[in-house]
Design a binder for this molecule. Sequence first.
Ligand code: KDG
Length: 339
Amino acid sequence: MTSPTKTIACFGETVLRLAVPVGEFPLQSPRLDTYVGGAETNVAVALSTLGHPVRMLGALPDGPIGDAAVSELRRHGVDAAHMLRPAGRMGLYYYLPGGTMRPAEVVYDRADSAFAAAKADDWRWDELLAGVDWLHVSGVTPALGPQSAEATLAAVRAARAAGIRISFDGNWRGRLWSRWNSDPAATLRPIVAEADVLFGNHRDATLLLGREFSGDGPDRRRDAALALLDAFPKLETVASTARHIVEPTKHQIVARIDRRDDHAQTETADITPITDRIGTGDAFAAGVIHGLLTTETLGAAVQRGLALAALKHGLQGDFAPFTRPMVESVSFTAADVAR
Ligand SMILES: O=C(O)C(=O)C[C@H](O)[C@H](O)CO
């Protein structure tokens, strides 16, 4: 086990969640709960809490709301000094938790946010990535619009040229893509082509590779991971989780990680009760990145991912600010599976 010393940069939109209280319709009572979030921001906070030096790259509006979000990042030890601070507004999403016979719902209100309105060349990658060892990005950012997609591609290309390791989380957001892009795979493929580590399952593989993966459970995930590794030669590692909803508040998750020459899968973890599912995928990504940087085996890395994802299910809000001892005290069995 090694100490976390590598500097990680996360590029993406920091957003504000406005959550309707459980058991209510929107605006039924004069209250919305607020949480700072955003897929890459969630990864930044989790990794910072685990002890890694983390830099958040993005844009927050100049003014008190942007200042409050910056304070929230700093409270978790994330370096927010490199964020752009243009005039504009904060990206929002409303969370309606649903209820009996009513599914939960997310409503985005982020179309013209300070981040989405930024031009691709507002970000100077040579400066922003100086001193960085690892860059994390996700599919949410290119989904925001052509400028954000161009910025994401420029970021990963600059990182690759500078010898910085790159992780990419698929994070499919159909409702963001459908606003402007009829061929998301064409936008995503050159970004994924630069990544070393991909968080994605058979659905991401189908989108990126244009073919279905049949079979059941582990076989389908293994085939998808191997196909992704074949299709994208710079990719070294593919990690994913599979969720089985047993009851609304009891889910089972299996986590898997593949390299060309190695693989590991966890035993099924029963996760109950479930307080808040949002950000659990980001927690998994952060835990795996932490594991890859600090542990020796793929089995240990995927266990860290599942542990952090499991812990996040029990915490309100988008962030997973769990310390190393908390994550390391959760144990699942890592079982090698035959290919
Ligand atoms: O980034 C987004 O698209 C969000 O909706 C914010 C959430 O924190 C994120 O989705 C969780 O993965």
